[in-house]
Write a protein that binds this ligand. Structure first.
Ligand SMILES: Cc1cc2nc3c(=O)[nH]c(=O)nc-3n(C[C@H](O)[C@H](O)[C@H](O)COP(=O)(O)OP(=O)(O)OC[C@H]3O[C@@H](n4cnc5c(N)ncnc54)[C@H](O)[C@@H]3O)c2cc1C
Ligand SMILES: NC(=O)c1ccc[n+]([C@@H]2O[C@H](COP(=O)([O-])OP(=O)(O)OC[C@H]3O[C@@H](n4cnc5c(N)ncnc54)[C@H](O)[C@@H]3O)[C@@H](O)[C@H]2O)c1
Length: 491
């Protein structure tokens, strides 16, 4: 509806959503679609972290890097893309993808779906009560008839390191919006943000040094993923230091000076900027959790309908990053569709379909969370990893295949490097997890997601014929490898 609800507007809604990131927007959309009057509260920009300081701008920075790397592996094309990236053009395109950090189009969309927007900082003020502190200094009090959904997302979790506050470290916000390429960039962390941003800024001209406390990259994924990404980052010129922790920080000579980094092993390093890519913290410190019996700063535990478990009355939902189920936009939006439908069903007294894979439960969060890491090579994974299968006691068989041996892969790129792993649940005869590493594998992932989510029997997968000569033929090779592992004498 309107840019800011005026004082005389009604203050009672069926549903109130706090936080208009991708997740909050989808909860509001689905609640409205269920026929419920809905308001959404946002203190910054509609679209949230994802649109302005995370997914969208980071992928805009990475796309030219990956396209150039791909082109350089195609004989006959290599010479045409020999030169450096046009940094100004890349940053200008990034700015456009981030909508120049303005949310006008999102406001228009919200209006088109008839959800009221209240600008300001929202806090729970008791059961079904929300108080919004507006930018003008007013407090708007709202009441929900049915539900309040907290969709306040996350911020960078900064470790407690002496001197950190004095060096103005980069977080995901600066790493995705900086208008200038630092000469030397130190990146702390070895997770997804760290590898993607190291890939982007190294290609844009920084000398990147990664300071990784563990003994590899992408530790939550199959080990070969981190190994292949590390190998390529090193070839691109990134200095990766494993088992390395930061002890203290200082910025020399005031604002414009270099960052001096003291390492725990006694070593030292200087950089122009330092990025902390050290995981996420929930934005729950100042949302009034104490007023409903919860602890400020905590992640919010929810059931599979996204309802907060520790609050009586079943009116409070937590959806997206803030619930810590899967810190990914697509998974948060999936939860939002589920939660919106569940809120609608409960409000109308209709049955809630909470059987496994039912319409009102986010079952995929447990079984099939897809993720693509946009590095060169890309990493695409869904479902279990070998380590998770071992931890949860699932009986699985591991099937590995060298992606470079697939015809489509060596047509795709000269010297293609990649790896595929499929986990077969041997009790059920279905695929429990898949990881692909290699150029262009991101677009392959949905086939795996469907196989895992659909619990497609391996026998039926033999009838899903991949087109020749595509990289998808890896599916056939994985099935053949699995068959040969079952019947070694007939191979
Ligand atoms: C660098 C980076 C790259 C990423 N890339 C990808 C990717 O490629 N693909 C992917 O799937 N995921 C990616 N992610 C993760 C993705 O950004 C998050 O999973 C997603 O943004 C979560 O959406 P959300 O709506 O839950 O939270 P957010 O996007 O954080 O939105 C929360 C909103 O709530 C608002 N808010 C908070 N508190 C209040 C309050 N008290 N009152 C009013 N409003 C409030 C905030 O201003 C914000 O607009 C990336 C993350 C990072 C850091
Ligand atoms: N393409 C994508 O899908 C994409 C891209 C970026 C981010 N994301 C999501 O955003 C979330 C956040 O990403 P992230 O990379 O910040 O988190 P992460 O959890 O993936 O990685 C955090 C890294 O920081 C390290 N670390 C944590 N605390 C530390 C400390 N005190 N000192 C040194 N190192 C420390 C960890 O060991 C790990 O290497 C992830 O869950 C990810 O799924 C997704």
């Amino acid at each position: 509806m309107n840019e800011a609800v005026r004082n005389e507007a009604p203050r009672t809604y069926d549903v109130i959503v706090i936080g208009a990131g991708p997740v909050g927007e989808n909860v509001a959309d689905r609640a409205r679609a269920a026929g419920l009057s809905t308001a959404i509260v946002e203190r910054e920009l509609l679209g949230g972290e994802c649109s302005y300081w995370a997914c969208d701008p980071s992928k805009a920075l990475l796309r030219p890097v990956l396209a150039r790397a791909d082109a350089r592996r195609v004989p006959g094309l290599r010479q045409a893309v020999d030169g450096p990236l046009d940094v100004d053009a890349v940053l200008a395109h990034r700015d456009k993808i981030a909508s120049y950090w303005k949310d006008d189009s999102q406001v228009d969309w919200l209006e088109s779906v008839s959800v009221d927007l209240i600008r300001g900082h929202g806090r729970l003020d008791g059961p079904k009560q929300v108080a919004v502190q507006t930018p003008e200094g007013d407090t708007v009090h709202l009441t929900a008839r049915h539900a309040v959904a907290l969709c306040t997302g996350t911020s960078t979790a900064l470790p407690d390191i002496p001197g950190l506050g004095t060096v103005r470290p980069w977080t995901n916000r600066e790493a995705t919006s900086a208008g200038r390429v630092p000469g030397r960039l130190a990146v702390v962390g070895g997770g997804v943000v760290a590898v993607e941003m190291a890939t982007a800024w190294q290609a844009l001209g920084s000398q990147v040094t990664m300071l990784v406390r563990g003994d590899g990259l992408l530790e939550r994924m199959e080990p070969f993923a981190g190994e292949l990404v590390a190998e390529a980052l090193r070839e691109a010129g990134v200095d990766i230091r494993l088992k390395t922790s930061v002890a203290s920080l200082a910025r020399a000579g005031g604002a414009g000076g270099e960052v001096r980094i003291a390492l725990a092993d006694g070593g030292a390093l200087a950089a122009d900027e330092i990025l902390f890519a050290t995981g996420r913290a929930p934005r729950t410190a100042d949302v009034g959790l104490e007023n409903v019996g919860l602890t400020p700063g905590d992640w919010l535990a929810v059931d599979d309908t996204c309802r907060v478990t520790d609050v009586a009355g079943g009116w409070l939902y937590a959806v997206g990053d803030v619930s810590h189920r899967a810190l990914l936009t697509h998974q948060g939006k999936y939860q939002a569709r589920i939660a919106g439908a569940a809120i609608g069903a409960r409000a109308k007294g209709e049955p809630v379909d909470d059987a496994r894979w039912g319409a009102h439960v986010a079952t995929a969060d447990h079984a099939a969370v897809p993720q693509v890491v946009f590095t060169d090579p890309e990493v695409a994974s869904v479902g279990l990893t070998t380590r998770e299968a071992e931890r949860t006691g699932r009986r699985i068989e591991v099937v590995d295949y060298d992606l470079a041996r697939v015809a489509g892969a060596h047509l795709y790129a000269d010297g293609y490097r990649g790896q595929a792993r499929m986990l077969i649940d041997t009790d059920r005869g279905t695929v429990a997890g898949v990881t692909f590493v290699g150029s262009g594998v991101g677009e392959l992932l949905h086939s795996a997601t469907i196989a895992v989510t659909g619990e497609v029997p391996v026998e039926r997968l033999w009838h899903a014929v991949p087109a020749f000569p595509t990289i998808s033929e890896v599916w056939l090779r994985l099935l053949e490898t699995y068959r040969d592992q079952q019947q070694p004498s007939r191979s």
